[in-house]
Design a protein around this ligand. Structure first.
Ligand code: F6P
Length: 551
């Protein structure tokens, strides 16, 4: 399906962009805005309830035209169609990539290997909804007959980051009579702190793992089981009332001791980092209820449809993705900041880190060659205004170019005095300051002493997008996540990489499995690592008073 045979850097649009970028490097946003009084309205696009203002980017009409041409020459349209059609575009794992089917309406048809997968999706959603109603209504009782008041999701990576982010983002809509916690780290303190003040009789664990083999999750699940049984008198029948599983692996779930009747399934065509809207979102549904969860899915679906059908020049994910390519590939930008002016989105940057970097942190093309250009930038961020009093100094006056995405909402979910006006004033002020800065002449005109003046200059010309919506609702969150999912897809299509595998996490996992028994062995005579790793292992063994050679 990779219709593009010409290497990226040899494509005419890429070469034209290289030439064009040399001229754009010296063009200031002040000039671009002065030359087009309507720029601020013109360079905006709408989709799925979101408004993207991309006018404060270092682009002109020619840049946008060339980027759209690059998308054409890179076969983006074909790739989008192939994904929605269920082609096996995850070529290294020979899998379809169909997270869009997770939010398809009940009457849609998406056929994979001769089977319409949409009814399967809705059967799981219905099962989740039934379970959510029983937990939220107090009808599902624990082993001792008490109702469930605490829900702990155990998972890691895509089986944790989406659920945590969605729970935090949609807390306003959540059932406050239930406590939600999330355990991911194999550092035992994560589980210890999450359970220390809870009554096992009222606690439900959701073990979320696509594979049900992930070491961290299985270790935490086993310790959670021990904690539960220790607190409930040791009767193993208690597990059935206090553990449910979300997985693609029935066999491993039942081997763990969870009845597969209490399992919520999904499929290998859902990547871990694209799974928060599958059964992996069970904790989200328990928190916000089935209707709100369906509204979340509707938001995803609206953005899917926008991405699939809108012309590239008005297509939000395509624009966002192409602008990322522009700065990464032609301005040598290494990072991208995501700055939500909405405290409920405090875990959104962390969520995006897996989505973006596990997807596009690749250096091999689809046909197995080495890339000759940079791929994913490093995504990072914090909510505004907190970040302003921390790292914004570097974004404003440091030596690096850091494209920023500001995210803000017209209405707060709980109005409080002037807080929201102040919050939004800050959001808009930051993108204005970044774009236009403050010249030496302006600084001098303010009477700043000459010796201080250079320190007070803001060069400006620092690009940003602003993403706006009416308010943070389940629907808006779905649209926002899908916006970034498809932006990542757009970037991957241009860079000609597979966004959907993650082989880069395997080596460390395998080596940890080798080192673990070496840490615990009676002596260290069999160590065969490099001298540094051997030394580290011996240091640890010594600290544990285990036998062997002293380092
Ligand atoms: O870190 C690698 C990874 O495979 C992620 O892609 C995935 O989200 C995470 O581990 C958890 O995997 P699982 O859901 O199978 O436990």
């Amino acid at each position: 399906m990779n219709a593009t045979v010409t290497p990226l850097t040899s494509r005419p649009a890429w070469q034209a962009l290289e030439t064009h970028a040399r001229t754009m490097r010296d063009v200031h946003l002040r000039t671009l805005f002065a030359g087009d009084p309507a720029r601020g309205q013109r360079l905006t696009a709408k989709g799925a309830g979101l408004l993207l203002d991309y006018s404060k980017n270092r682009v002109n009409d020619e840049t946008l035209r060339l980027l759209a041409r690059l998308a054409d020459e890179s076969g983006l349209r074909d790739r989008i169609d192939a994904m929605f059609r269920g082609d096996r575009i995850n070529i290294t794992e020979d899998r379809a990539v169909l997270h869009v089917a997770l939010r398809a309406p009940r009457d849609a048809a998406i056929v994979l290997d001769g089977r319409n997968v949409v009814p399967d999706v809705h059967a799981v959603l219905d099962k989740m909804a039934g379970f959510a109603q029983r937990i939220r209504g107090g009808d599902w009782k624990g082993h001792t007959g008490q109702r469930i008041r605490n829900v702990i999701n155990i998972g890691i990576g895509g089986s944790d980051l989406g659920p945590v982010m969605a729970y935090e983002a949609l807390r306003h809509y959540s059932e406050r009579g239930l406590t939600f916690r999330f355990v991911s780290n194999v550092d035992g303190i994560d589980l210890v702190e999450a359970t220390r003040d809870l009554d096992p009789a009222e606690t439900l664990f959701i073990v979320s793992s696509k594979t049900f083999t992930t070491l961290e999750t299985m270790t935490n699940a086993q310790s959670a089981r021990d904690w539960l049984l220790a607190g409930l008198g040791g009767d193993p029948r208690a597990v059935a009332r206090h553990f449910v599983a979300v997985s693609t692996n029935d066999q491993k779930v039942s081997e763990f001791g969870i009845d597969t009747a209490n399992m919520f399934g999904f499929w290998d065509w859902v990547g871990g980092r694209y799974s928060m809207d599958s059964a992996i979102g069970l904790s989200t549904m328990l928190a916000i209820g089935p209707d709100n969860f369906r509204a979340l899915l509707e938001g995803f679906h609206q953005m899917d449809e926008h991405f699939r059908t809108a012309p590239f020049e008005r297509n939000l994910p395509v624009l966002l993705g192409l602008l990322t390519v522009w700065y990464t590939s032609f301005f040598d930008a290494h990072t991208a900041a995501v700055l939500p002016y909405e405290n409920y989105l405090k875990r959104f940057p962390a969520y995006l880190q897996q989505l973006t970097m596990e997807s596009n942190g690749k250096s091999v093309t689809l046909d197995g060659g080495q890339v000759a250009y940079d791929t994913s930038p490093i995504y990072w961020g914090e909510p505004g205004t907190n970040g302003q009093h921390s790292f914004y100094q570097l974004i404003h006056q440091g030596t690096r170019l850091i494209p920023c995405d500001f995210i803000a909402f017209a209405h707060p979910l709980t109005p409080l005095g002037r807080h929201h006006d102040i919050l939004l004033a800050n959001a808009f002020a930051q993108s204005e300051a970044l774009a236009f800065g403050k010249t030496l002449e302006q600084v001098q005109a303010e009477g700043v002493p000459a010796a201080l003046a250079p320190h007070r200059v803001f060069a400006g010309n620092r690009p940003s997008n602003t993403i706006l919506a009416d308010r943070l609702t389940p629907q808006t969150l779905g649209a926002l996540v899908a916006l970034y999912e498809h932006s990542v897809f757009t970037q991957g299509a241009i860079w000609n990489i597979n966004c959907f595998d993650q082989w880069g996490v395997e080596l460390g996992k395998a080596l940890a499995q080798r080192i673990l028994p070496e840490l615990e062995a009676p002596d260290d005579s069999a160590l065969r690592h490099d001298s540094s790793t051997n030394n580290l292992i011996r240091w640890y063994r010594r600290s544990q008073q285990r036998g062997g050679t002293l380092p």
